[in-house]
Design a protein around this ligand. Sequence first.
Ligand code: GLN
Ligand code: ZN
Length: 773
Amino acid sequence: MLTQNLGYPRIGSQRELKKVCENYWAGKTAYSNVLQVGKNIRHENWQIQKDAGIDLIPSNDFSFYDHVLDHSLMFSAIPQRYYDVIHSKGNTELDLYFAMARGYQKDGLDITAMEMTKWFDTNYHYIVPEFYKDQQFKLFNTKIIDEFYEAKQLGIITKPVLIGPITYLLLGKEKQIGFDKIDLIKNLLPVYVDILKKLQDLKAEWIQFDEPFLALDLDEKTQQVYRDTYKYLRKTFPQLKFVLSTYFDRLGNNTELATSLPVDALHIDLVRSPQQLNEVITHLHADTILSLGLVDGRNIWKNDFEASLAIIKKVKEKLGDERVWIAPSCSLIHSPCDLKNETNETVLIPEIKQWLAFAKQKVSEIVTLKHLAGENSGVSHQYQLAENQYANITRRNSTLIHNPAVKDRLSKITKADASRLNTFPVRKQLQQRLLNLPLFATTTIGSFPQTKEVRSWRAQLKKGDITEAEYNKLIEEETQKAVKWQEKIDLDVLVHGEFERNDMVEYFGEQLAGFTFTANGWVQSYGTRCVKPPIIYGDISRPEAMTVKWSAYAQSLTDKWMKGMLTGPVTILQWSFVRNDQPRSETCTQIALAIRDEVVDLETAGIKIIQIDEPAIREGLPLRKQDWAAYLDWAVKAFRISASGVQDDTQIHTHMCYSEFNDIIQNIADMDADVITIETSRSQMELLDVFADFKYPNEIGPGVYDIHSPRVPNSAEMVDLLKKAKAVIPDQQLWVNPDCGLKTRGWDETKRALIEMVSAAKEMRAAVTETIS
Ligand code: GLN
Ligand code: ZN
């Protein structure tokens, strides 16, 4: 029995990679320093895994920005527009690489970055490979070989990790018409052969091919390409040993395919899909090793050794000791680095800390499991087992986790709790009577610029440099300025600006029972951007109102309508580490009830327009279509529970950005928000078509300008977009707003853009009045 790891966090336990890269971009540190920091991180990671006793330690899992981009560069899949960067004097290969990741504005060049998108259903974003007709590939650099060699010099024979050729192609995007990216396999395979040859020459033994697409729905053609590809690689390299790794979902109807591929070991994710085990074993070829993904690579809980050992024992009985490996469910890049860095007991209380394992601890868990499952585990292993059992038992029974009142309330949810009193047409009349808003009503998505100053106040409060009263005063003044300014430019529905919020999930997590936080639990989101997701450890409840004070204060400053601003239950769930002792749907429903109470309290305080943001609802979709309905069912219901405690004349908004609505438009309609605001400007209103074709019944605010760019559009441009919207959606249903919140923008551009936006709305209204008279 061996242990393997599939990938280790590469940001460095103190986020060294982030710091050095950002300094390099700012011209504050030398190229050689960047390389050195990368090297240090790799060495430290390998050493940690070696010391822990991992048998197969990965290499080529390190990346300066993104491992998919590493492959694109390695394969020379470099879009033409970057050629000028290569030829620009003094540029290194790393400069080219960062240009592809981030764009390039220098030396009179202005080159856009490559697109970025979510890595399966995680919050990690990869750089999408661009494929062109007749795309050729050749070996551009030897990163994977160099890193193997580098580890070998340290006395560690690693297992180089490659994104499997089919997954690599499927991750990419065709940038021209007239070809199918999967057909590029014949051009791509020679590069794999080249790489494998070089690794073989250096005496590599095991190669890991990541093929997570085997856990997704595949068409016939792709299945055949899988068969042909691995057959070919096997034939070309009879000596090398291949481990094929799948994760994030079950093999399902690809079980026969995956087990038929001629590889030496197959890795499956048993955290996501424990139920696939028997079927996989039934199909497994007699000489294939099964790698059991038992330690959760995507969450922060300690493994349950007893449960894992039971599985290992069962598999060992069926396959024999030699054919069983123990592993994390997926790469550990989705886990924070090291629990040892959590020393602040006011941030993460010790009782909860003892239930957790980060990457470094997970690596040890894997090795301990191997010893415990072996014939002669020593006293220290038995001690670790006892410790693990103790942690899991105290967690299960902890009074911190269980709140009978919450469970009781959950069990009493009725259908009526998830429905507004009346249907939308009835509500619309009542809302119109009360709110008296014009056609093409204008609003924003919630946040106004979180300037350096605003963030510095929060930092000062944290450090104790200013008192809470002083902090509140500063926020009040900032809110007041924002409200007065919105009044002045004649926006119809105002917002308070969210100056008091650090982050749209953390802010609520901090005020809800059942949440805790880490001081250093950073996880890479993309490039140098890391996030520190809150941890949901227990039943969720709302000890007191969370936003009423600020919304009511803002409303008291104006006679216009002030929109309350909340984050929805699905988004809070999606962007947190969640408990694994109950279904996600249950945790989500608990959050929904807490948000519902907040909505009702806002209404009681006179806030009659309330927005519940759900930007993450689409990204929560399961990887396999078959599972969508079940997810959408509970996710939509959770939103409805949060929104349905109010009177008919209270207007509920929701907001979703970065969304493709095509497949889920019915479910979006089922959420039954009175108004939905979406991102549409970058696609020139194309994203709106699905709402039009569906005849979306409620009101809708298609974003009229892109807040991700500092560029200020003029009112004529926005009028053009609004005319496009008007052509497909009736006037009575249309709102006018930006694509998303403005927290990342500066005040200057925000002001100029919103003034243009209000003027565009007025022009639209005037045009309607003209046609009527
Ligand atoms: N209300 C939030 C804001 O304006 C919404 C952010 C989001 O959708 N990502 O910042
Ligand atoms: Zn948004």
